[in-house]
Design a protein around this ligand. Structure first.
Ligand code: PLP
Length: 356
């Protein structure tokens, strides 16, 4: 019998569940990807970078860091990069939490948070969401104890799509001790149109405890290339860089991200289209009687409760792959009008009767 010396914290971890692969011809609405192919200018940058993959990338990603610093009006010292912001979640937690420390977040939320906490050997403190599927900021503050070193605020929250208000995060920061790092995960911020929503970068500028996570995977449409960044106080950004695998972000990913920042106006048109699609889907579902929370990301949350697995199986029959959270609900990515026509038709059979 094999007896590998696997740490008990690792053996106990659930395996990360990626969005299901879509069968041929099905609509993949399970991973919150951008349905549009990369822009021609980005494809050109990728093709050009491909000529140089015999060389290691610039380990400091100097040009991309400079482009991000210029875009967000921060110092290059504030920027830490990695292979998607999911990797940055892990780097941050391993930089600030270990055995004996607590990491606090709302639940359900991004499935990576408990995993990266477990890898660090720290303790998960999962705070149930409040009414309306929002992160409960009062309960989050109360869950912070003497061993807490890190709090995640996910806005919009994956999988429920809700944002927390700027005022609520300001209040949270007022009551937290100075040693606690607050990570504001803004993976979907480009899709937000609620004026009350937290503005992470503003808080990062004012408070050395605040880290903002951004990604090129969602609005920028580079999920397959793996690149995201953190904006943090220089000391914290340096600690994050130290925990990152050397040469993590490839030559191709660095060049594609630079080209994407240069094409933001073009990308913004697509984001606007997806927001308009989101409104259409929300309206159609609300009309069917679904109580869908205000979606602020590129996905909607369908509270299907105990029927979740049955509804997911039925959608699959109709050619739609969505992400099921057993016993709670379905997360459905906003995509193309075609997919939404199929979706609203398929859901009609399952719609809760209005008034029942
Ligand atoms: C998608 C997502 C990320 C990061 O994705 P990457 O592809 O790793 O950049 C981070 N946080 C949340 C909440 C997400 O949904």
């Amino acid at each position: 019998m094999a007896e590998h010396p696997i740490r008990p914290e690792i053996a106990a971890l659930p395996s990360y569940r990626a969005g299901q692969r879509a069968p041929e011809g099905a609509h993949k609405l399970s991973s919150n990807e951008n349905p549009y192919p990369p822009l021609p200018s980005v494809v050109a940058a990728i093709a050009e970078a491909a000529q140089h993959v015999n060389r290691y990338p610039d380990p400091a990603a100097t040009a991309l860091v400079a482009a991000i610093a210029a875009r967000f009006d921060v110092s290059p010292d504030n920027v830490a990069l990695s292979t998607g912001s999911v990797a940055l979640c892990q780097h941050i937690v391993s930089a600030v939490a270990g055995p004996g420390d607590d990491v606090v977040f709302g639940w359900p939320s991004f499935e990576a948070y408990p995993i990266v906490t477990g890898i660090a050997g720290a303790r998960v403190v999962a705070v149930p969401l409040a009414e309306g599927w929002r992160q409960d900021m009062a309960a989050t503050a109360q869950a912070v104890g003497p061993h807490t070193t890190c709090v995640f605020v996910c806005s919009p929250n994956n999988p429920t799509g809700t944002v927390v208000s700027h005022a609520d995060v300001v209040r949270l920061l007022e009551v937290l001790p100075s040693r606690v790092v607050v990570v504001i995960d803004e993976a979907y911020v480009e899709f937000v149109d609620d004026p009350e929503a937290v503005r992470g970068i503003e808080l990062f500028r004012a408070d050395p405890r605040v880290v903002v996570l951004r990604t090129f995977s969602k609005a920028y449409g580079l999920a397959g290339l793996r690149v995201g960044f953190a904006l943090a106080h220089p000391t914290l950004a340096e600690a994050i860089r130290k925990t990152t695998t050397p040469f993590a972000v490839s030559v191709v990913a660095q060049e594609a991200a630079i080209a994407s920042l240069a094409a933001e106006d073009e990308l913004a048109v697509r984001v606007e289209q997806l927001r308009a699609e989101r409104t259409q889907v929300l309206d159609a579902l609300t009309e069917q009687g679904w109580e869908v929370p205000a979606a602020q990301g590129n996905f909607v949350w369908l509270p299907t409760g105990p029927r979740t697995d049955d509804v997911a199986a039925s959608l699959r029959e109709s050619g739609l792959v969505v992400r099921a959270f057993a016993g709670a609900g379905l997360r459905v990515s906003v995509a193309t009008p075609d997919a939404h026509t199929v979706l609203t038709e398929a859901l009609r059979n399952w719609a809760p009767r209005v008034g029942s």
